[in-house]
Design a protein around this ligand. Structure first.
Ligand code: SF4
Length: 208
């Protein structure tokens, strides 16, 4: 089955009106590439290391290419066969490309839903990187940030008074706890701001 997916990998060949990689269809069941002339390129034992990627080498048959009408556009004068390199995990990319086809509306919806929290956390909270290392710690840190964001959204949508009234009616203990916590945070922030202003002032005084 041909994947029908293409990646722009050989713009240079296209500029020379040569047949590029994208014209070769991968047939997963047979594990071969099919060239524009309908011939197979079979995998070889050879592997190529391209950075961290291991690529499998697919080569056409010399006899097929020798008699091919597309030869001048497919091969250089001195090359008897065509070679295509395929990343050993290319199937993962192909599945992803298949999912992303016609996914424009989905991506726009994702941008509306998912980018807003990220943008808000980055721009308003200045949260641009994790402070801890390790999956569990990062998950904990992210959960706290998500809690803060969700709390902020609830307050933005409902307003502080509506929210505390709701809590007072439904959960009086939580309403009291919330008021005490917010009040403690505000007090601490005010104290921190005044101490940092006190530290900054002499510097300005010197500069002046
Ligand atoms: S030259 Fe070979 S690989 Fe290229 S299209 Fe012809 S048969 Fe296929």
């Amino acid at each position: 089955m041909a994947s029908g997916l293409s990646v722009k990998r050989t713009a240079r060949l296209e500029a020379q009106d040569r047949i590029s990689h994208e014209a070769f269809a991968y047939e997963a069941e047979a594990n071969v590439y099919r060239c524009p002339a309908g011939r197979k390129l079979c995998p070889t034992e050879g592997r190529k290391t391209n950075g961290h990627r291991i690529e499998i080498r697919y080569v056409s048959r010399k006899s097929d290419c020798h008699a091919c009408a597309l030869r001048s556009r497919c091969l250089s004068a001195k090359t008897p066969t065509r070679t295509i390199y395929r990343w050993e995990h290319e199937a993962v990319l192909e599945r992803h490309r298949a999912r992303m086809q016609d996914a424009g509306a989905l991506m726009r919806r994702r941008a509306e839903l998912a980018e807003h929290p990220f943008g808000t956390l980055k721009c308003r909270a200045g949260y641009r990187h994790f402070l801890v290392r390790g999956f569990d710690k990062v998950r904990g840190e992210w959960s706290l940030m998500a809690l803060c964001y969700n709390f902020f959204r609830v307050l933005s949508i409902l307003g502080f008074d509506t929210f505390t009234t709701y809590l007072a009616n439904r959960h009086p203990y939580w309403a009291l706890w919330l008021l005490k916590t917010v009040s403690a945070i505000i007090t601490r922030l005010q104290a921190r701001m005044s101490s940092s202003q006190a530290k900054v002032r002499p510097a300005f005084a010197c500069a002046m």
